[in-house]
Design a binder for this molecule. Sequence first.
Ligand SMILES: NC(=O)c1ccc[n+]([C@@H]2O[C@H](COP(=O)([O-])OP(=O)(O)OC[C@H]3O[C@@H](n4cnc5c(N)ncnc54)[C@H](OP(=O)(O)O)[C@@H]3O)[C@@H](O)[C@H]2O)c1
Length: 297
Amino acid sequence: MTAPTDPPVLPTASYAVTAATGHLGRLAVDALLRRGVPARNVFALVRQPDKAGDLADLGVGVREADYDRPDTLDPALEGIERLLLVSSPTVGNRLEQHTNVLRAADAADVGFVVYTSVLHADETELALAPEHAATEDVLQGSGMPFAVARNGWYVENYTGRLDEYLARGEIVGAAGDGRVSAATRADYAEAAVSLLTGDIADQQGYWELGGPAFSMTELAAAITEVTGMEVTYRDLSAEEYTDVLRSAGMDEDTAAFVTGLELSTARGELETDSPALENLLGRAPTSLRDAIRAARL
Ligand SMILES: NC(=O)c1ccc[n+]([C@@H]2O[C@H](COP(=O)([O-])OP(=O)(O)OC[C@H]3O[C@@H](n4cnc5c(N)ncnc54)[C@H](OP(=O)(O)O)[C@@H]3O)[C@@H](O)[C@H]2O)c1
């Protein structure tokens, strides 16, 4: 495998990143530039170009690309050689949206596609997985060379709730002792760019990506250690947890969905022992404690 610290194999290729106004897409654009790809070879594909002024200021090309509007996708992908397709946040519509992008990529003769999927997409009961697995099938069926970055949970799913955990003094869930191999968005973005810029023959295939695993009890302990404020984990039954969500104002369907994610965690569906993330980064992923520290700054 190409060492992750190698310079891009095709420094003059044209790279595109979708959803580049989002957290992950933006971090991927930054990672491409940090790897030495000239800004003129980097294209930020965005739904709302007026939100991308800071990207244009970096010298990258900004192109309109709305997953729901195929008319924007053909021109957006013209001349692109390598594409990072960041999965859509619109659960329920994603297969159609991703298929629109992949059809346009195929028509534009894109030579390599990296798609951000989810851990164990083809063999998990995680409610979010079927759309990812179906997208992976479309990608495989397209005949385009591809790599699938099957990302685990973002650490930010937890550190983004730090204030709430600290205010309550507890994390409430139904994840039992289930462990989560979470990593920071920045690490996933860097790994995706490592795939995107590497030797295609080495990078093709499915990559299960995640950081060091922790349970919710271990998360609470790490928060306590880093902040000096005691936080504990309170584990509830699925029914109790759904009630807590509903009484906090969540609608029935969303509460059932969120509870389902907790049960997936309890079953270990968000855990991986794959070293792929570390290998792609060429270093250890950001630790949970460092991520908590960074979120406190
Ligand atoms: N692994 C995890 O824990 C985890 C957690 C949450 C999400 N995800 C997945 O990872 C993806 C990236 O995460 P993130 O944190 O970067 O999400 P994010 O910050 O919410 O960004 C989502 C991006 O999707 C764009 N978008 C929405 N609808 C679109 C459309 N129709 N056409 C084109 N772009 C569209 C948004 O554009 P605008 O800026 O115009 O709104 C935004 O740039 C998410 O979309 C989701 O699929 C993973």
